[in-house]
Write a protein that binds this ligand. Structure first.
Ligand code: MTE
Ligand code: MO
Length: 162
């Protein structure tokens, strides 16, 4: 985790305080109870920055795709730890303003990811991208229920920690 933190710190130092201006194309904003920001009160990420964090793959059968697929991306818990986040829950907001609350307990109990890719292909906005919250449904079949589906936000644009 230290390595993660220094990684982000290096990025901040390398690009200076106007880091956000250097972002190729911000796809995720994290705000709220975090201690590391790069754009005012926000930590903004483009795809390359998310790809620079440790990656995790979840093989899962979901309600959104036929059969089993490999979803890969960033573990939300790792991302939040990198940002010095603390709180009870995370509000995940989508491009269409849909939002859901993910309890911090879910994030502690499971490697819930913000998937950037399915079967190695970037998720397009048309295909529920650029970011899709994916739980490990196959390893934990008890997660396959409507409550968790409602937390499985697609077209994710921002996280608010509180
Ligand atoms: N961006 C976004 N994600 C979302 C939703 C939504 O409306 N918008 N609905 C949620 C709910 S309540 C459920 S049950 C599932 C439904 O996904 P579907 O509409 O693709 O079947 O997605 C979840 N993620
Ligand atoms: Mo739902």
């Amino acid at each position: 985790m230290l390595r993660l933190a220094s990684c982000l710190a290096l990025l901040v130092i390398a690009t200076g305080p106007s880091w956000a201006g250097e972002l190729a194309k911000p796809i995720l904003k994290v705000q709220g109870a975090i201690t590391t920001m790069n754009d005012g009160e926000t930590a903004a990420f483009d795809l390359a920055m998310l790809d620079a964090l440790p990656q995790h793959t979840i093989k899962a059968t979901t309600p959104w795709y036929d059969g089993e697929h490999e979803f890969s991306g960033v573990v939300i818990g790792d991302l939040l730890e990198t940002l010095g986040a603390s709180g009870e829950s995370v509000t995940v907001t989508a491009l269409n303003d849909y939002s859901a609350e993910i309890p911090m307990d879910d994030i502690k109990d499971y490697p819930v990811i913000l998937a950037t890719r399915v079967d190695g292909e970037e998720l397009s906005v048309r295909d529920k991208g650029p970011l899709f919250v994916i739980y490990p449904f196959d390893e934990h079949p008890d997660l396959y229920n409507e409550v968790i589906f409602s937390r499985s936000v697609w077209q994710v644009a921002s996280l608010t920690v509180h």
